[in-house]
Design a protein around this ligand. Structure first.
Ligand SMILES: C[S@@+](CC[C@H](N)C(=O)[O-])C[C@H]1O[C@@H](n2cnc3c(N)ncnc32)[C@H](O)[C@@H]1O
Length: 351
């Protein structure tokens, strides 16, 4: 296997990431992803290679396939490197953000590919790594960055910079949390003036600001606040908006893009981007004549969103919110080649 590369960074240690105490990551909708992607060709990009579970399944299903695996997290790449070592030269790994997908693919000499997978969010390993602060019970610092080697501020730093209004807006916008103002006030009042905030202390403060209804809760009361902060810290929705048109452009005719999302904000963006790329008009309803220049680049392979079976959810609770959508690239024409869609309009959430 060719070692992963990123200008100016050193190879991270496998320690910790490969620790036996770390939970294994079980790939979500694995059979469906393999079915929908391997029918079409032999050159794949896994833009969120993580622990390499989907990547291994794709390589096993197509014995002469090659795969470029990308991840923002150097520790995840170290795990993928071990996991995928037996595939030798068929695999290359790269450290980077999928918002640079086209640049990274081209740097590896890949102008066109047959299949691209984006399995969004974080892995069970990242969640289980106490030092990263992704979990409510973590004694580690509230960090929440996928890429701790980058120059993005940590969650602790952002929470310290924002005033109550800014914090409430983030929790509302990225967490769709109805108690955002109460939570923001509680956090602002309790934040330590210096030093990192421990994730579990933050979770306790955020959670205690959420009124407790009668009966049992399904989720930790700080779930939406953590989601909001993680999205903000990593610029997750911007990265997703940026990668989707690039991924479509990288596909060869008949090539497919599969995206697994885990919450409605992601799924809404994917659905809108796919609909736009099918040539559906993006003009606002009050505009009588289409002026957005929409043209069809893809067809929908999954007309409805694909959800995990009850059996998969039973075996892997993490899969319960997963939603898979797949599009296929239509024959390339001079009109669609290199064409970037205009930004998409918002629409109400439904799947
Ligand atoms: C759900 S896990 C993927 C698991 C993988 N499919 C497997 O089977 O092992 C998501 C991975 O995407 C990475 N990630 C999230 N956002 C990213 C981005 N913008 N660019 C690159 N990697 C990203 C995370 O670091 C994490 O390792």
């Amino acid at each position: 296997m060719r070692p992963y590369t990123r200008a100016g960074t050193t190879r991270p240690s496998v320690e910790g990431a490969a620790s036996p105490a770390m939970p294994e990551h079980v790939p979500v909708l694995r059979a469906e992803v393999v079915d929908l992607l391997t029918t079409v060709g032999k050159r794949f990009i896994d833009g969120t290679v993580g622990a390499g579970g989907h990547a291994a399944a794709l390589l096993d299903a197509t014995p002469d396939a090659q795969l470029l695996g990308l991840d923002a997290d150097p520790q995840a790449l170290a795990v993928a490197e071990q996991r995928l070592a037996s595939y030798g030269q068929r695999v290359r790994l790269a450290h980077g953000n999928f918002s640079d997908l086209k640049i990274i693919a081209r740097a590896h000499g890949w102008e066109r590919v047959d299949g691209i997978l984006l399995d969004l969010g974080l892995s069970s390993r990242q969640l289980g790594d106490d030092a990263r602060g992704f979990s409510f019970s973590s004694g580690g610092p509230l960090d929440l960055r996928f890429d701790p080697t980058g120059d993005r501020p940590t969650a602790t730093e952002l929470v310290r910079q924002w005033n109550t209004d800014e914090l409430a807006r983030v929790i509302w916008e990225f967490g769709e949390e109805r108690w955002s103002r109460r939570i923001a006030r509680a956090i602002t009042a309790a934040r330590p003036p210096t030093g990192a905030w421990r994730a579990r202390d933050f979770a306790r403060v955020a959670g205690s600001a959420v009124p407790r209804p009668g009966g049992k809760r399904r989720h930790h009361p700080a779930t939406r606040t953590f989601q909001a902060l993680r999205i903000a810290v990593n610029g997750e929705l911007d990265a997703l908006k940026t990668v989707l048109p690039q991924a479509i452009q990288l596909l060869d005719t008949g090539g497919r893009l599969a995206v697994i999302s885990y919450h409605s904000l992601e799924d809404r963006l994917v659905k809108q981007a796919f609909r736009g790329a099918t040539g559906a008009c993006q003009c606002p309803p009050e505009v009588p004549v289409c002026s957005c220049g929409a043209s069809a680049e893809v067809r929908l392979v999954t007309r409805r969103v694909v959800r995990p079976t009850a059996a998969e959810v039973q075996e892997n609770a993490r899969s319960r919110s997963a939603r898979l959508r797949v599009v296929e690239r239509l024959p390339l024409t001079s009109e669609t080649e290199g064409h970037v869609k205009p930004p998409m309009h918002h629409e109400p959430a439904h799947s």
